[in-house]
Design a protein around this ligand. Structure first.
Ligand code: PHE
Length: 338
């Protein structure tokens, strides 16, 4: 074993290593437990005591030299790899990027949020009640007893255990009156379900917004002016409304409120079925039986309520003349609202 020649050949091998993997193996072969450089320490034991010190020093120098050479070669190999990668790859910074498709709110959501803002500004709470209801909340408490012909006005989906998918948002009236002490105002938007044959103007699932105003004294005048203000704010222009008597068991008197068609200005078109008017909502003074079912004394408290479908409003607001566009889920249609 000779220190100088061992170091010399180690340096030559290091210089020849052309990958990081080769270099790692080489490092083990030189400096590992049984590595060539490590083994040099055996020279110390074999030498006469007087020479051991200088030999030890020489071995340390040899180790340091080899370690440094390994380190330098490693850096050179890594730098070389990076340089090659850069030389092989070209980036065209002028190529336009891929534009990701962005989601957007559905027009129904836009109109619902707008209504929520309008009612919040008028001092209404916005409440959210469940879609599965009891027979009591959806019918009984709303003055629609079993076998009442009014049950046929709204074809109902029943669950196996006798619950209903709410056919309107009106059960929220009972829930709100049980939940909050009067006087209060509340609006509850949500999905409702009716077991109807699908056609151009009927869906089994649609969106309503219900409103309830409870106070010591309320009036039809207050109800109608609130409806007119609400519609004028939704459409950002003066809206003309008209009132017809309407039958709903849970209000007395009850009304159907129509608004003049905004698409044709009342001249007649597809959306208003050529009448110039669009049925917009049902409303009225809450029936004393309903107040009683909700735990309020009709001698002390009065209320008005309304319930309104949202798809008709969406059509008016965005000038859509076919309801199937509103619920069809066609992306080309929906992207217009992005
Ligand atoms: N619940 C009725 C419907 O779905 C609408 C309505 C609500 C009518 C409140 C009067 C008062 O048709």
């Amino acid at each position: 074993m000779n220190i100088d020649t061992t170091v010399e050949s180690a340096l030559a091998e290091i210089a020849a290593a052309d990958t990081e993997a080769t270099l790692r193996d080489l490092e083990v072969g030189l400096l590992g437990k049984k590595g060539t450089i490590t083994e040099l320490t055996r020279l110390i034991g074999a030498a006469p005591p007087a020479e051991r010190g200088p030999i030890g020093k020489a071995i340390n120098v040899a180790k340091a030299t080899v370690t440094q050479a390994l380190e330098a070669r490693k850096v050179a190999l890594v730098q070389g790899a990076i340089a090659r990668e850069l030389a092989d790859t070209t980036f065209d910074v002028s190529v336009p990027g891929a534009r990701p498709d962005l989601g957007s709110f559905h027009p129904l959501t836009l109109v619902q949020e707008r209504l929520e803002d309008i009612f919040t500004a008028m001092g209404f709470m916005v409440l959210d009640y469940g879609e599965v209801e009891t027979d009591f909340m959806n019918f009984e408490a709303l003055n629609i007893p079993k076998h009442h012909p009014a049950r046929d006005m709204q074809d109902t989906f029943w669950t196996k255990d006798g619950h209903v998918l709410r056919t309107h948002t009106s059960p929220g009236q009972i829930r709100a009156m049980k939940q909050f002490a009067p006087p209060f105002r509340a609006a509850f938007p949500g999905k409702v379900f009716r077991n109807e044959a699908l056609d151009a103007s009927h869906e089994h699932t649609f969106h309503q917004l219900e409103g309830l105003f409870v106070d010591r004294v309320v009036s039809v005048a207050g109800l109608i002016s609130t409806m007119k203000i609400m519609l004028s704010q939704v459409f950002e222009r003066e809206v003309t409304v008209r009132l017809r008597p309407g039958y709903f068991p849970f209000v007395e008197p009850g009304f159907e409120l129509d608004m003049q068609c905004l698409l044709c200005g009342g001249a007649g078109c597809r959306v208003c079925k050529h009448s110039g008017w669009v049925e917009t909502l049902g409303c009225g003074l809450v029936h004393p039986n309903v107040l009683r079912h909700a735990g309020l004394d009709p001698a002390e408290w009065q209320a008005w309520a309304f319930g309104m479908g949202l798809s008709r409003l969406v059509m008016m607001r965005y000038g859509i003349d076919d309801i199937r566009h509103v619920l069809g889920g066609d992306l080309r249609f929906l992207q217009q609202f992005a």
